[in-house]
Design a protein around this ligand. Sequence first.
Ligand code: AMP
Length: 424
Amino acid sequence: MSNLGAGLKTQSWDPSTLPKFEKSFYKEDPAVTARTAAEIEAFRAEKQMRVQGRDVPKPVITFDEAGFPSYVMNEVKAQGFSAPTAIQSQGWPMALSGRDVVGIAETGSGKTLTYCLPAIVHINAQPLLAPGDGPIVLVLAPTRELAVQIQQEVAKFGKSSRIRNTCVYGGVPKGPQVRDLARGVEVLIATPGRLIDMLESGKTNLRRVTYLVLDEADRMLDMGFEPQIRKILSQIRPDRQTCMWSATWPKEVRQLASDFQNDFIQVNIGSLELSANHNIQQIVEIMMDYDKRDRLIKHLEKVMDDKNSKCLIFTGTKRTADEITRFLRQDGWPCLAIHGDKQQNERDWVLNEFKTGKSPIMVATDVASRGIDVRNITHVINFDYPNNSEDYVHRIGRTGRGGELLLLSSLQMMPSRLRIFSLS
Ligand code: AMP
C-alpha cells in the first residue's frame, strides 16, 4: 500500500494559465435576507447548529429558499421530504456560494444531498466534458458501501440533467469501472486506493475537478488513507471548491482542512464531542465468554418475536462474525454476515437481504458496517464490546439513523423500541 501513488506525477499549478471556472451560484432569497439576526440565532439554536468562519451565509428554512433550479427541486419534491434537515439548511447556502466548507455531521443527517445538489448545479455551469476529460466532481469515501450509497443519491438527483457518474472501489474487477471512466463521467465517487490505481494506470485524470468532496474524512484517516488522500489532492487544481464532511473533529481532520482548504467556513450539527444518541436504551450485561452464545439466543428469541424487528450484531473479528453466523444459522435463525473478507457482490447481496428484511439478522464487523444506511434497525447487539468508545458510538449510530429518521418521517414508535445489548 505504501508505494501506491509513487507513479503519480507531481503537478505544478500556475493559476494564470488554468482555465477559469464558475463556482459561486448562491443568491439569497428575499425571505432569508429579511430574517433578523435574532431569528437566525434562534433557528440555529433550535437545530443545535454552530457556525464558524468569515461571512457565513444565513441558513435557509425551506427548500424553495435554497434557490435550486427547478430540475433539481422537482427531484427533491418527488421524494416527499417536508423540509431541509439541519445540515442542509446551513450547508446548501455555504456550498452553493463556492466557499470551502467543513461540515460536522453524522451519516443519516442528510449530508449526502447537502453536497450533491450544489454539485449538480456546479456541473451544469461548467463546459461539457471533452473526450479524455476526467470528472468535474470527485467524492472520496472510506468504504465501498458508502460509495455505492452516494452513487445512488447522485444518480437519482442528477438524472434530470443527464449527469453521468461512476463509482470506483476495490475488491471488484476493474473492467466495468475503466469502461465507465473511458466513456466520461461528470461525477466520480471513489475509495482512495482504487482511485490512485486508476490514476497511475492513466484510466482517468483529475485535471477537470473543480468540486471536491471528502466524505467521512475522520473515518478515512482512521483507516489509514491519509497518505493516499494527500496524493490525490495534490493532483487537483488548488482553486477548486473543497467540501469536507466528518462525524468528528479531531486534530488530524483539522490538519487536513487547514492544509487543503482556503478560508473555509464550518458548520457543526449537534455537539462537537462524540456522544451516544440518548434516545436509545442501552443495556450492558457482564458475563463469561462461554455464556455469550446462550445469552445471544435468549435475546434473539425475545427480539425476533416481533416480525418487524431487524437486528444488527457486531463482533470484534471477521472470524467471530463467521462463527456466530454459522452458529445462528444452525440454530435456524435467518442470519447473514458482512465483513471485509467477503467479495463485494456478496456484501451487496447480504446488505440487500438485510435491508429488505428477507434476512432480518446481520452480523458485521465495525469497518464493514460503517456508513451503511439501513432503515428500521430496531436492535443492535454488541456480541463483542468494540475496541474503543468511538466505534461504540458509531455502532449506536446505526440505530441512531433510525432515530434520526424519526424526526423526518412517521416512524414515531422507534426510540422506545430501540435496544442495544452489550455482551461483555
Ligand atoms: P445521509 O445522511 O445522506 O446518509 O441521508 C440519510 C437519509 O435521509 C437518506 O436516505 C436520504 O434520502 C434522507 N434524506 C435526505 N434529506 C432529507 C430530508 N430533507 N428530509 C427527509 N429525508 C431526507
